[in-house]
Ligand binder design. Sequence first.
Ligand SMILES: [Zn+2]
Length: 580
Amino acid sequence: MGNNPEDIKPSSLLELESTDKALLLPRLDPAKVTSPEEGMVVYDTTSDKFKIYNGSSWIASAGESIYNDDGTIFGDRTVTFSGAGEYMVADSSRQLFVYNSLTSKKEVFTPILEGYVGMYVCGPTVYSNVHLGNVRTFVSFDMIFRYLKFLGYKVRYVRNITDAGHLENDADEGEDRIVKKARLEQIEPMEVVQYYTLDFHNIMRKFNCLPPSIEPTATGHIIEQIEIIEKILENGLAYEVNGSVYFDVLKFNETKKYGKLSNRKVEELIHNTRALEGQSDKKNPQDFALWKKAEPQHVMRWVSPWSQGFPGWHLECTAMSTKYLGKSFDIHGGGMDLKFPHHECEIAQAEASNGTSPVGYWIHTNMLTLNGKKMAKSTGNNILPTDLFTGNTPLLQKEFSPSVVRFFMMQAHYRSILDFGNEALLASEKGYKRLMDALNLLNRLTPSQSSSIDVKGWECSCYNAMNDDFNTPILIAQLFEGVKYINWIEEGQQEISEEDLQILKSTMNSFVFEVLGLTKEQQDNSYSTKLEGVLKILINLRNEARLNKDYALSDKIRDELSVLGIQVKDLKKGIIYTLD
Ligand SMILES: [Zn+2]
């Protein structure tokens, strides 16, 4: 399919709650529109451009190009008009486009080896309960992992566990986070690691995240890390001082570019780096540790050619990604707070040891806020994932199931800030229920001879949404189009052929369960089945009453069910009931 008018579908989150903002972009010659309204958007067939009516004339969208929401030009697939929602244009190629943080552009996704994808995501440092913001990152990459698999790629997904070397202030000074926790709790560091790794896995399971293909640990790869340091030293891009080894950023920057991912210039870094106490070992403050000599009280230590010590935090990811995915691999992901210094250092280490640029596509997830503010324990504006499931927090009115929370997360694009809050979660819960109700209804639909709705076009829109940099909010808007279809067909307003019904079923089910990773809530089936039986008895009694012209009784049954939130409707084809 090409740019047919039917392909040009509205897609906006607003569509979830109201249809008044849902516009269909007409494809025509704007000169032939007799009385255009200000703000009207069309696809101009004479110029093959989007045009907007500004009240007196048709103007092109800025610069006559089609822009991404971040201002970059993006082919002819996506168009955004500020204040008028986001509109997506269908693409027949079904190519996957990925926003690459390294180039700040959406690019066609082409893996190094056809059919295979190597993906590395920085995992948690296991010294405390997993933070909700991190959960968002891992749920986002789970969705990406699922979609790549769904497209037929064989994906090797590596997500590490940081169990050593991550110091308190993300820099090269301060206490190791795990060692500190162990000291405070008077237990072994590995007990801390074990406890919080299990906690992390539990939470991931609750959110229906698939386990990664490999989940390596930093402490399990000390030898590989030492080997990388040796290579970087050999290449003259690191130096040893008093048993510690530091990466020489200035030297590296003479031939390569340090700071290209986070768009930082080395000169500015020098200016901005405060000389902290204890950094005197470094030649320059922007250098970072590859190996640190352990202080006498530091219990997590390993033998190396330089000293008994431990690896720098950034090194483990270079070691493990190289070992399991190769010197160059397709996707590296993490939260955007890791861009600098962590990922910047990873690039430098890989280039300094292997001579190759390690990653094809850098993907970063945005942060998470709570009631519009940064989450922080100190201000009380803080929620743990388990608080969401128990409702045991003053910030929420009630508990929410992991599936509802996951659905809520998917309603925002992974590159947008996601704001958690009671009202938003309540709205998501309603939306989730509507979606699940429709999926239940889907199995009961009966096909007709032909279709009155364009199911194939709709299916294409679902793919287009995900192919546009994993745009889950637009996908969800499309899934609610599907919900509309299901209800129309059920109510007899529209018809669907057997073939289209199969497409509707498989598309709804695969995108909801396989790609978005939502699950049906656990229900006591025997109980709910019995209650449904009771409801059928009542509805039959009401039918009998109507046949006997006992309208007082039939109305009483209908009204009392209505009070309970069960709506009974009399349609030509029979009686249906819906739950509020
Ligand atoms: Zn990492």
